[in-house]
Ligand binder design. Sequence first.
Ligand SMILES: NC(=O)c1ccc[n+]([C@@H]2O[C@H](COP(=O)([O-])OP(=O)(O)OC[C@H]3O[C@@H](n4cnc5c(N)ncnc54)[C@H](O)[C@@H]3O)[C@@H](O)[C@H]2O)c1
Length: 358
Amino acid sequence: MNRAIVITGGAGFIGCALAKELGERNLPIVVVDNLHPQIHPERERPKALPDFVNFVKGDVTEGATWDQVLADWIPAVVVHLAAETGTGQSLTEASRHANVNVVGTTVMLDAFTRHGVKPEHIVLSSSRAVYGEGAWRDETGKLFYPAPRSHGVLAAGKWDPQPPGGSGSATPLAHACGRIFPAPTSVYGATKLAQEHILGAWCAAMQVPLSIFRLQNVYGPGQSPFNAYTGIITLFIRQARMGKVLDVYEDGRIGRDFVFIDDVASALAAGMANPPLERRLLDVGHGVVTTIYQAACIIARQQAAPAPVITGKYRDGDVRWAVADVEPLARELNVRPAVAFEEGARRVASWLVERGYA
Ligand SMILES: NC(=O)c1ccc[n+]([C@@H]2O[C@H](COP(=O)([O-])OP(=O)(O)OC[C@H]3O[C@@H](n4cnc5c(N)ncnc54)[C@H](O)[C@@H]3O)[C@@H](O)[C@H]2O)c1
């Protein structure tokens, strides 16, 4: 049996980019992926997955998948990407999200125990969704953690979280894992936090080094154009290329940290090359806020589409603001995400056009 890098969910957007980034110079790479129909409607090994990658079609929630993988490979490094990822969707399909994200993780760990396997390093792609609305400051500078924005609050068009007491303005803080507590406001976010806790407990007890990366909004070539539940940049570009008016929710000032796929792959690869002694937790983003209105305007301009329209519509479970503090990532792994949004959006558009998706 050979030692290998095992990437669960590795046929997806981030997994394909990571495999390409790691290349053939390391250990063999084994991808375990069930080719989820929402992401892979053709149910085939994606062309973006490099040829040198060994592919096992299997579901991480099934013990038999792991028995098959562990019969052939010793997982030296495990990168756990397999997940149900729809933030809004997780509200109405909560069990599906919990089953894959939470139970899928524990089934994997139980298989390691069953087979007497102790990886040398486990890497988890967690999410900025664990922060929920994050931390804000009121006008007096006092820190507060807003409750989820309720349906009633959104229906009334009160977009910014209200300080305790309900009056005055508030300012959001960057997501900084060392200073800001997680407080998920979506079922998806809760399952990603559960993954962090489960792996944290298991790895501490088993003395397996653990790296947790909380990713902001990753975008780039390779993001499934078929998944209607994630990937707003891909969606906007496809709509803009059809000459449609882009529909911008709330008052247009939802803030997001769009981080380009290559920068994320570099961060994960750097983390794999430098395992922590015990455990590390890092935020991964570009460190720059782009409002959804700004993103829509840039894309509409690039694609010569009509000006976007702010509609005041909203989606339950969406958070108002998210941006990462990227200094700890730069300090610890010497990685500084570099691709600016305008450039990244152009690269996505070229990719969509080349593939005939737009
Ligand atoms: N893309 C982002 O913006 C983002 C942001 C934060 C965190 N993340 C996390 O990164 C990871 C990868 O995300 P992505 O953007 O590549 O998503 P993706 O949907 O492109 O890839 C996920 C892959 O997991 C596979 N999968 C789903 N359920 C599975 C199961 N039960 N068994 C085996 N494979 C399964 C899918 O077939 C798919 O190939 C996820 O854990 C996600 O929570 C992504």
